[in-house]
Design a protein around this ligand. Structure first.
Ligand code: FES
Ligand code: FE
Length: 402
């Protein structure tokens, strides 16, 4: 533990982390305790549980949560652990229940977690004292966040996420396709890679065609980018979008989230293979040229949204060398597969980018395990957001006791 405290204190600003942070099981436990059980985690979408009794499970480290909409329509995160002798209650990862029945001795809970029925317990047994435990829940613009902390920190991104995402209508969307990836890399390598586009020109040729993140350092390119930003801000203002978020550097300092709207290159309006919509417009959009909504919250979430579809990524650490990513693609709930969209077209662009990124993260993880790995310097221009994430992480780890 004191080695971890020393490494946290001696971390060199602007450089990648020392090896144990990426490979050591002891440090992984610290990550779980001080990062994943301390802040807010993205769990899923409200549209996955539209009706009372609909639920999905989210497993993180040794905890399993049942994210369920109660009969009162409220979304809760119930710990999937029976108050009798601790059995797992829900074994099916998603579904629809009237009540939650423990498979062991059939104690039965309501959708709000309250214990409704037991058998063979004494007459003076008080059911109310044995309700399921709950994690904190915050729903914002169709996204469900949970906190496993005893006292949850303030959910600071609320206003920004609402401003950015409400126009996309995620409450009235559906998950059209999901994919789960297990990546052989520490979760921080996955997030660090997501926070920069230094690698994009070489690794993501398709992405580079439609996005500006891959800008090159010449004045022609700079003036084209400036013109596109100006034209887009004007257009988005007329569409009623919050243009205070149309700023690449928005909400960077000291924050654990980012919510921005960025333009595509001229002629492209959606994050798809040909830059054109592949599904009906979502939410309040009547013009597809709404740019790219991008949000992320540390430690486990990011999204990219176009006017016709939304792509979200949930990152869950499995162990110090494995990270599970759940990728979801959402479209309007009224869109019909095979008529209004095809899954193949919907996912083609992002699936490819995801696979390219996963290969990168695994290659890096292998190198980071080497006896000759040592921290290296971030580019102050191209890896500014990587430093932003790592500095935030180090701040969380600063809470560990020596
Ligand atoms: Fe659940 Fe006994 S452990 S009813
Ligand atoms: Fe990438």
């Amino acid at each position: 533990m004191s080695e971890a405290t020393d490494l946290v204190r001696s971390r060199r600003l602007g450089w990648s982390l020392d090896q144990p942070f990426y490979v050591d099981p002891l440090y992984f436990q610290l990550d779980l305790d001080h990062v994943f059980r301390a802040g807010w985690l993205f769990a899923g979408h409200t549209c996955q549980i539209k009706e009372p009794g609909e639920y999905f499970c989210y497993d993180i480290a040794d905890d399993s949560l049942i994210i369920i909409r109660g009969n009162d329509r409220k979304v809760r995160a119930l710990f999937n652990v029976c108050r009798h002798r601790g059995s797992l209650i829900c074994k099916v990862p998603k579904g629809h229940v009237k009540r939650l029945v423990c498979p062991y001795h059939q104690w039965t809970y309501d959708t709000d977690g309250s214990l409704l029925r037991n058998t063979w317990m004494p007459a003076d047994f008080v059911n109310d004292e044995f309700n399921l435990k709950q994690a904190h829940v915050k729903t914002v613009a169709g996204l469900i966040f949970i906190s496993l902390a005893g006292v949850a920190p303030a959910f600071a991104p609320e206003e920004n996420l609402k401003g950015l995402l409400e126009p996309h209508g995620l409450e009235s969307a559906k998950v059209a396709y999901s994919e789960t990836y297990d990546i052989a890399a520490n979760w921080k390598l996955v997030i660090e890679n997501q926070r920069e586009c230094y690698h994009c020109p070489a690794k993501h040729k398709g992405y580079a065609k439609i996005q500006f993140d891959t800008e090159v350092d010449n004045s022609d390119e700079q003036s084209q980018i400036q013109a596109r930003w100006n034209e887009s801000r004007e257009k988005w203002a007329s569409m009623g979008l919050d243009i205070s978020l149309a700023d690449y550097r928005y909400a960077m300092k000291g924050s654990w989230w980012r919510a921005v709207r960025t333009p595509f290159r001229a002629g492209f309006v959606s994050e798809t293979v040909n830059g054109q919509p592949v599904a009906p417009l979502m939410g309040k959009f009547t013009d597809p040229d709404a740019g790219n909504a991008r949000a992320n919250t540390y430690p486990n979430f990011w999204l990219h949204g176009s006017s016709d579809h939304m792509h979200t990524m949930r990152v869950t650490p499995i162990d110090e060398k494995t990270t599970r990513i759940q990728a979801d693609w959402l479209v309007s709930e009224t869109a019909k597969e095979g008529v209004d969209y095809s899954v193949e077209q919907l996912i083609a662009f992002s699936k490819r980018v995801n696979e390219e990124d996963h290969e990168i993260a695994e290659d890096q993880a292998k190198g980071v395990m080497s006896s000759r790995y040592q921290p290296g310097p971030y580019s102050p221009i191209k890896e500014e957001l990587v430093e932003h994430f790592v500095a935030w992480y180090i701040e969380q780890m600063g809470q560990i006791s020596p």
